[in-house]
Design a protein around this ligand. Structure first.
Ligand SMILES: [Zn+2]
Ligand SMILES: [Zn+2]
Length: 223
């Protein structure tokens, strides 16, 4: 299930037997939008049991502290991004190029520090059936999530679906050259693909994702 906030930003909610799992939050205004969307589905904020963060970038975590307060949910993030989340900012050197690190000096790019309740590693299966796939490059601790019961892949910022499929701007990434290898680690046989930025792909449209994977993993990283 998809919860959109803003034109190009998405958070996702997964309904499980033991409650809801939220994947990413968004900017500071996102919690209100998400809580309203959950109410539309018949859920109060307390139904959210856990919040999985794909990576510690402001457009995914700026609303996290508020969302945790409203829901009482536990917060999970990959171990390699836990320090960034707890620092409330992308540290100097957290982006590959000067434009990215200049952006991170702006107050709007900082967030209320959040100490995660648990850290995740590649291969972990979060309650609710989400398998963690470590996809470093955009950040060191970036993860994609594979919801095995529905064969749905949630990509975070491992790929962007804005004017076609792409890896996103290199300047925003921690180690842009690792991104093709990260994409190659994703499962190909999926029924739906969700992006933090851009419209999801379902059914036959997932063919374009498989084509993107083949094209990306065959590419020699630019230095
Ligand atoms: Zn990002
Ligand atoms: Zn993002």
């Amino acid at each position: 299930m998809r919860v959109g906030h803003g034109d190009t930003e998405n958070a996702f909610v997964i309904e499980g037997d033991d409650g809801l799992t939220l994947v990413d939050v968004g900017w500071a205004s996102a919690p209100g939008v998400i809580i309203e969307a959950l109410a539309g589905l018949g859920h109060g904020p307390g139904a959210v049991r856990r919040i999985v963060v794909t990576h510690a970038h402001p457009d995914h975590v700026r609303g996290l502290a508020t969302m945790r307060e409203h829901t009482g949910a536990e917060v999970l993030v990959h171990a390699a991004d836990a320090a960034w989340l707890g620092a409330g900012r992308v540290p100097p050197g957290g982006r590959s190029r000067a434009v990215g690190s200049t952006l991170d000096r702006l107050p709007i790019m900082r967030w209320t520090p959040v100490t995660p309740d648990r850290t995740l590693s590649d291969g972990d299966v979060v309650d609710g059936g989400l398998r963690v796939i470590h996809t470093p490059g955009h950040t060191a601790g970036h993860i994609a999530l594979h919801h095995e019961p529905t064969q749905t892949l949630l990509l975070g910022d491992a790929a962007f679906h804005l004017r076609g499929l792409g890896l996103g701007p290199a300047t925003l990434a921690h180690d842009p050259d690792s991104r093709p290898d990260a994409v190659a680690r994703l499962p190909r046989d999926v029924a739906a693909v969700g992006f933090a930025h851009g419209a999801p792909l379902t059914g036959d449209a997932t063919d374009s994702f498989r084509e993107f994977m083949s094209a990306t993993s065959g590419r020699t990283p630019k230095r």
